[in-house]
Write a protein that binds this ligand. Structure first.
Ligand code: HEM
Length: 390
C-alpha cells in the first residue's frame, strides 16, 4: 500500500482499521498473509503464544525475496519463548539505562563533530550523510567496542548496508556484507584473547567462555544489533527533522524549551513508526483475531504504523502533538521481542534533536517535499537524502 504523503502511513490503513481490521494481502513474492491494523489486535498478537517470530516456520511472511536467507539465521529476534529468553537475557545488561548513559559522552561528542562539520561545509547540506547516518554508526561502534583505529573501515562497511538499491551505487553489496561479517568475526576473536570493557568483550568473556554462546552466534548478534539499530535510528533522525520542520508551532515549543525534546522524541516515534514491518509473524496454531479465523501456518503482519494512528488508542492520532501524554506507542514493538535498544535509540535521538535545534535555529528544507527521495521502496521508511540549509 502506497503512501500519499511521506509523513503519514498509507491512507488505506485508516480504511482497514474501519472496515477490514484483519485482512488478507498478497505479498510481493505471490504468497498471502494477514494484515492486522488495529492497536488492540496488534498488541495482542505480539504477546500471543500461538504467534511465532521464527523465520524458519512455514508461512513466515517474507516481504522481499532476498530476505529469505533469514530463514537460516538463528538469532534471538527470530526465536520464540522459551528459547528466546535466555539469549535475550545475556544482552539485557548491555542496554540498561545506566549502561547506555555511559555511551552519552561519545554520542554527544560525535553529534558536536557532525554539526561542526555541517556548519563549516557548503549549503545546502545533506542531513542524511552529515548527521543521520554517522550518529548511529558511532553509537553502535562504541557499544560493540570497535577500536578507534578501525572506525573509518567499520563506518564504510556499515554505509554499504544502507546505500540506494541501485546497482551503479551499490556494486559490492554482497562482498561488503561478507567483509563486515569478517570484520566482526575478527573483533570477537580478539575479544576472546583480551576482552575490552564493551559489549563484545563482556559477552565473550562470560557467555562465550562458559559455552552458552558460540563465537559464531556472537558475530551474528553483533550484526543483528547493527541491522536493528542503524537504519531505524538514522531514518528517525531524517524523518524527525522533516516532521519538525513541517510543524512550525511544535518546533516553536521546542525552541522555547529544549527540555521538551524527550517528549517530542516519544511523539516522533509514535507518529513515524518507521519499523512498521519489523514485527512479521506466523501463526503456529489456529486462532481468532478481530472476528477472523487465522490458521496455523499463515503469515501475520501486525502494522505498528497503523496501530499508532488508531483513534481508539490515541486522541486525534494524525495530529503531531509533542505535548501528548499517552505514550503507549508500538514503534518499538511489544511483548517478548520489544526493542532491546530503545534506551540507546532514545538517547541518540534526544541528543541529536537538542543539539541540532540549539545550533541551527533557522534550519529549513532546501528542496520542495516532492523532490526529496523518500524510501517508498523500502521496508523501513526513511529518505535517501535530505537537503537542508539555514
Ligand atoms: C527489536 C524498532 C533501535 C536493537 C525491535 C522491534 C522493533 C524495533 C519494532 C521489534 C521486532 C519484533 O517484534 O520482531 C526500533 C526502532 C529503533 C530501534 C524504531 C530506533 C528508533 C534499536 C537500537 C538497537 C536495537 C539502537 C541496538 C543497537 C534491537 C534488538 C531487537 C529489537 C536486539 C530484538 C529484541 C528481541 O528479539 O528480543 N526494534 N529499534 N534497536 N531492536 Fe530495535
Amino acid at each position: 500500500m502506497r503512501r500519499s504523503c511521506p509523513l503519514h502511513p498509507p491512507p488505506d490503513y485508516a480504511r482497514l482499521r474501519r472496515e477490514e481490521p484483519v485482512s488478507r494481502v498478497r505479498l510481493p513474492g505471490g504468497a498471502s498473509a494477514w494484515v492486522v491494523a488495529r492497536y488492540a489486535d496488534v498488541r495482542r498478537i505480539l504477546t500471543d503464544p500461538r504467534i511465532s517470530a521464527d523465520r524458519a516456520k512455514p508461512g513466515y511472511p517474507f516481504l522481499t525475496a532476498d530476505a529469505e536467507f533469514l530463514r537460516q539465521v538463528r538469532v534471538f529476534v527470530g526465536m520464540d519463548p522459551p528459547e528466546h529468553g535466555p539469549y535475550r537475557r545475556m544482552f539485557i545488561p548491555e542496554f540498561t539505562t545506566r549502561r547506555v548513559r555511559g555511551l552519552a559522552p561519545d554520542i554527544r561528542k560525535s553529534v558536536h563533530e557532525c554539526l561542526d562539520a555541517m556548519a563549516a561545509g557548503p549549503r545546502p547540506a545533506d542531513l542524511v550523510t552529515a548527521l543521520a547516518l554517522p550518529v548511529p554508526t558511532l553509537a553502535i561502534s562504541k557499544l560493540l567496542g570497535v577500536p578507534d583505529a578501525d572506525y573509518p573501515r567499520f563506518a564504510t562497511l556499515t554505509a554499504t548496508l544502507m546505500a540506494e538499491p541501485d546497482p551503479e551505487l551499490r556494486p559490492q553489496g554482497e562482498a561488503g556484507f561478507r567483509e563486515l561479517v569478517g570484520y566482526l568475526s575478527g573483533l570477537v576473536a580478539t575479544a576472546r584473547r583480551s576482552p575490552g570493557d564493551d559489549l563484545i568483550g563482556r559477552v565473550a568473556s562470560t557467555h562465550v567462555e562458559s559455552g552458552a554462546l558460540s563465537e559464531f552466534q556472537l558475530v551474528f548478534i553483533a550484526l543483528l544489533l547493527l541491522f536493528a539499530g542503524y537504519e531505524t535510528t538514522a531514518n528517525m533522525i531524517t524523518l524527525g527533522v522533516v516532521t519538525l520542520l513541517a510543524h512550525p508551532d511544535q518546533l516553536a515549543l521546542l525552541h522555547a524549551d529544549l527540555s521538551l525534546v524527550p517528549q517530542a522524541v516519544e511523539e516522533l516515534l509514535r507518529y513515524l513508526s518507521v519499523a512498521e514491518l519489523a514485527t512479521c509473524r506466523t501463526a503456529v496454531a489456529d486462532l481468532e483475531i478481530g472476528g477472523v479465523r487465522i490458521r496455523a501456518g499463515e503469515g501475520v503482519i501486525p502494522l505498528a504504523a497503523s496501530a499508532d494512528r488508531d483513534e481508539s488508542a490515541f486522541a486525534h492520532p494524525d495530529r503531531f502533538d509533542i505535548l501528548r501524554t499517552e505514550s503507549r506507542h508500538l514503534a518499538f514493538g511489544h511483548g517478548p521481542h520489544q526493542c532491546l535498544g530503545a534506551n540507546l535509540a532514545r538517547l541518540e535521538l534526544t541528543v541529536v534533536f537538542t543539539e541540532l535545534l540549539r545550533r541551527f535555529p533557522t534550519l529549513r528544507l532546501a528542496a520542495p517535499m516532492a523532490e526529496i527521495p523518500f524510501k517508498y521502496d523500502a521496508n523501513l521508511f526513511g529518505a535517501y537524502r535530505l537537503p537542508v540549509t539555514w
